[in-house]
Structures are given as structure tokens and as C-alpha cells.
Design a protein around this ligand. Sequence first.
Ligand SMILES: *[C@@H]1O[C@H](CO)[C@@H](O)[C@H](O)[C@H]1NC(C)=O
Ligand SMILES: *[C@@H]1O[C@H](CO)[C@@H](O)[C@H](O)[C@H]1NC(C)=O
Ligand SMILES: *[C@@H]1O[C@H](CO)[C@@H](O)[C@H](O)[C@H]1NC(C)=O
Length: 484
Amino acid sequence: MTHEVSMDWTIFVILPVVFQPSLSVLFTVEAERNMYESQFGGDVVMGCRFQPKSSDPSADLKVTWHWIKPESDREVYQMNNGAERSASPEYQGRVRLLTEELREGWAKLKLSRLRINDSGTYQCLVETAEGADYKTIALSVVAPYTAVTKRLERTAEGDGVLLTCQSEGYPKSSVVWQDENLQRLRANTTSEPTPDQRYKVTSQMRVSSSDRDRYTCNFTNDGRSATFRLPEEIPVPQKKNNALIVILSIGVVVAVVSVAVLMYLRRKKGVQIDKDNEEERTIPNEDAMEENLRVFLKKHYSQFFGEDVGRSWGAFGLEELPHKLQNNEGQAVKLEALLPEAGETLFLEGPPGSGKTTVAHILISSWTEGSTSPLGLSSLRLLLHVDCSAVERDLFQEVATQLSLTEKTSMEDELRTAFTRSSEALLLLDGYREGNHVFDVSLQRFLRDRGGCRVLVTACPGHCPTLREAFGTGGVLKLQAQTV
Ligand SMILES: *[C@@H]1O[C@H](CO)[C@@H](O)[C@H](O)[C@H]1NC(C)=O
Ligand SMILES: *[C@@H]1O[C@H](CO)[C@@H](O)[C@H](O)[C@H]1NC(C)=O
Ligand SMILES: *[C@@H]1O[C@H](CO)[C@@H](O)[C@H](O)[C@H]1NC(C)=O
């Protein structure tokens, strides 16, 4: 009798304990992918899915992302019951949890402006009242090699010529040299780390100035290459006679300008020119190149925007603009403020219909007409306009399309070179909105590498938070919707 009673009692107490684990579902975390590969300067979103979902992410959920390899363990991000913990300085401003997806059972971490040393193994740990679990994910950040810079110089002694190719990227690339007959040649390739942890790879080869051949250097990682044509590209030897130097230089400049003008004219007529499918930058003749671009762009924009601008000036003229333009504190600013300082990025924000595109067109027409309007554009040598309303490719590919450059590679590269080099150049991005990955990454890369180029971005408020945070050095101007 007593025995039976105690049995009943044990069943009562023990049963729930034994069956408890199988009543609740096992809590698990799964990685969306085990491995991500992303580009230097770009973004990555790494995802972990947890089950069961948390009923209230703001009260019963802790998500922690760690970077655990190759060096010491460090915390990248933590969110505990809705409270975010700011990460180590390494990640400040570059890391975000996509909190809107927590409710769906996703702990997704977005890492922006990727650096080479963001590579490694990450761990996502999710804890709820139901349990805790984690998974690891590998991230590899690569940097595509930049356009090859080539240099050709006579050696100090003998009749040798030294050919140099240089480019930057990650990981380290080997460089293969070939002659016209595709014979491989021996070269001296060295690499040094850049401050942003990519590699600057330099490859040199010595040939004789009496050679008649075509030499190609090829950065094998991305197939970036450049070609030297000998003897045509060998620089004219230095002469002692000053008068002769002057005459020769004038001759060379005239010849270069005429050749360049001829090439543009031929290209415009659609004559097929045999071009290699390669991208290269040549150092000499930059001034002639810049002047050609200037002529080309002015002509293009005066044809393209001529009538359009005439109309918009009527609707919303220069007189009205000063009343609509304000700085971030709401104070009126002068029209000159629209021109960013050298090397600066300025944002012009305004709601739809406030006249951002009209301002862009007024800037273009003042530049093409060379007018001495109060905009202060007279010192500007180059202006490049990008209509960002429907971009889908790389920045300079978009430029090439919008300028109707059929013969893409060479002029696209000239533009890239000129706009990276000149502090009297303005890149005008009209109606920019973040969201096209390829364009965004290429734009960020350009903004990082451009030297003195001035950049004006027009956008609706809130359309380019990442860009503003990363590059908004020149400040923000606002356009009011209503005229005062
Ligand atoms: C290779 O190039 C580097 C850098 O230009 C130079 O220091 C080195 O002496 C060269 N080595 C050879 C074998 O030419
Ligand atoms: C990672 O690289 C950046 C520069 O790209 C540097 O500022 C930072 O200190 C590096 N971090 C580590 C842990 O080496
Ligand atoms: C450069 O090398 C890559 C890889 O070896 C190859 O695919 C590409 O065709 C080469 N490009 C040129 C211009 O030789």
C-alpha cells in the first residue's frame, strides 16, 4: 500500500523532468553560407538562421558576432535584448545588424567598406530563452587589380630601354611578360604592401632600343595587362642644345595634339580602329589628353544640354536659386558654395521637385559656355556629369554609355586618369541613390583613389547614408522645396 503511493508520487515528479527536453524543440543556428568572398571597399551581408524564432527580439534575444581567426578573438558586434553594443574601433561605423530580419529568425550582419584584414573566420552566436547555438563563417576579401600604369624609359648607360608595369590589388599577383610571338620573357617582379594592405606590384623588363616588337605584361590574377610597342613608344633622346629641345618639344606637342584630334575625329565617324582589348594608362602626354577631353566634353554637353537648359533657366532661374540654397543649419549660402573644394565631396540634398537636376544643368551650361556667372566655375578644366537615375554598371562604364563612347576602353581610361589626377575637375552625380552594388562599389573606390577631383552629389534626403558617412567631407547643402 505504502509502496504504491510512493510510485504514484515518483511518476508525478519524474515524468515532466524526463520529457521536458522533447516537449520543447531543439534550438539551432544554421549559417546561410559557410564562405563569402567580397571585394575590397564593398559590403558583405553574412547570415545565420535560428530556430525557433524569438517571439520578441527586443526582450528575449542576444546576438553576438565574433571574429575568431586568424588572430585573437575579438567581438565585432553584440545586440542584447534590443540594446546594441558598439564594437571595437576597427568596426565603428562599418557594422550593422539587419534588425528588421530578426523577427524572421535571421541574424544578419552587414559589414561595409571592407578592408583586406576583415578576412578571416566569423562566429555568430544566438541566445534565447529556448537555448543557444553558434556557427562559423569564413570571409575572404579580395581587391581586383587596378588599371595597369606603364612606363618606358631609357637606361642611363647603353642603348637599353626599361619597361615597367605597375598595379595594385590583393592577393599578390604574378606578372607574365610575352613578346609578339607569345614567347614568355624573364622579368623582375617585386611587390610592396600599400597602407590599405593591398599589394603594389611592379614588374620590370629590360630590352634593347633597337628591338622591333610588342611586349605585353599581364597581371595574371585579373588578366589586367598593358602593351609596349617598340620602337614607336621609345622616348626621344635628350639633346644638349636648348633651342633644339624647345623646337622638338613644340613639335612633339603639336604632333601629339594632332594625332589625338585625328583619332577622336576618326572615332566620331565610326571608323574601326584596331584596338587591343586591354586597359592601360600611359604617363606622358597627359596635358594634351586633358585638353582633348575638355574639348570633347564641352562639345558633348553643349549639344546635349543646350536647349534643355534654356528652358529650365526660364522656369527657375539663377535669381531664384540663392533663396533656395541653404547650409545644414538652414542659413542661406552663396552660389559659389556649390563648387566643392579640391578633393572634397559635397552633397546637395532636396526633396523631389526641389530643382536638384535643374541646378546640375545650370552648372553644366555655365561651364560649357565659359560664362563668368556667380557660380565661379571659370577655373574648372573638366566637368563630368552622371545621370544616376538608372545606373546599373560600374561608374566609368556608365559614363562611357552616357557619353555614347562606342570605342569604350581608351577614352574611358583617359577619363578615369584625368579625373583621378586633376584638382580642376568636377564630377557631378545627379540624383544618386544607393542600391546598385556594382555602381556603389566602383564609386566608393573612385572616391577613395581620386586625388584632387571635386565631387558634387545631388540626392533626396536619406538616399545615400553610406556615402555621406564615408565621404561627406565637404558638407551638405540643402535645396528648399518652396521658394521663400
Ligand atoms: C629588381 O627590381 C628591384 C626594384 O626595382 C631592384 O631593387 C632589384 O635590384 C632588381 N633585381 C634584379 C635582379 O634586377
Ligand atoms: C586593418 O587595416 C586597417 C587599414 O586598412 C588598419 O587601420 C587596421 O589597424 C588593421 N587592423 C588590424 C587588426 O591589423
Ligand atoms: C593574361 O593572363 C590571363 C591568365 O593567365 C589570361 O586569361 C589572359 O588571356 C591574359 N591576357 C593577355 C592580354 O594576355
